[in-house]
Design a binder for this molecule. Structure first.
Ligand code: NI
Length: 165
C-alpha cells in the first residue's frame, strides 16, 4: 500500500466526469487500498478516485473511524436509487479544498447501490453526515465540488477564502 497525492482544486481533473470501472482488476484493488490509506492519513472521511488522479467511478468512505467505529466502504460504480424529499444544509469540507468549509444543501437521506471490491452488488441507506458524505463523494465522480453548489456570490467569496490560505 502507498499514499497517493491528493489533487487540490482547481486541478482540471477535479472537474471531469469519470468513466465506469469495468473489471475489478488487481490495479483497482490496489487503488482502493491506497485510497483508504490516503484518506485515513489525510485525515478525512471520504475520498474519490479523481482526487488522486484516477479517473474512474470509485470512492472510499468511513464516517465512523474518527469516533472509534471504523466502517470502511469501497464504492465502485455507485448510483443513487432513492433520495428523500427532505433536504438538509450542512458545512462540508473536502480534502481537495483543505481549510475551507462550504454550506451545501442536499437530500437528507439517500439509498445508494454500488459494486463492492469482491464484485457483489451492495445496497445501503444513508442518513445524516453519512448521507452528505456519500453524495459529496459521488459528486466528485461527475466533476462536481462543494463550490459548484453555491450561488455565484458565495462561490466567489469561498474561492477567495481558499486562495488566501
Ligand atoms: Ni471532496
Amino acid at each position: 500500500m502507498s499514499l497517493r497525492e491528493i489533487l487540490r482544486w482547481p486541478d482540471p481533473r477535479l472537474a471531469e466526469t469519470c468513466a465506469p470501472v469495468g473489471e475489478i482488476t488487481p490495479e483497482i484493488k490496489t487503488l482502493a487500498r491506497d485510497m483508504l490509506e490516503t484518506m485515513y492519513d489525510a485525515p478525512g472521511r471520504g475520498l474519490a478516485a479523481p482526487q488522486v488522479g484516477a479517473m474512474v467511478r470509485m470512492f472510499v468512505m468511513d464516517t465512523g473511524w474518527k469516533e472509534g467505529k471504523p466502517d470502511p466502504l469501497v464504492c465502485i460504480n455507485p448510483m443513487l436509487q432513492e433520495i428523500s424529499e427532505e433536504r438538509v444544509e450542512a458545512e462540508e469540507g473536502c480534502l481537495s479544498i483543505p481549510g475551507v468549509l462550504a454550506k451545501v444543501s442536499r437530500p437528507a437521506q439517500v439509498q445508494m447501490v454500488w459494486t463492492g471490491l469482491k464484485g457483489g452488488r451492495i445496497v445501503q441507506s444513508f442518513i445524516g453526515f453519512a448521507a452528505a458524505c456519500a453524495q459529496h463523494e459521488l459528486d466528485h465522480l461527475d466533476g462536481v465540488v462543494t463550490f459548484d453548489h453555491l450561488d455565484a456570490e458565495t462561490r466567489a467569496r469561498k474561492i477567495a477564502e481558499f486562495e488566501a490560505i
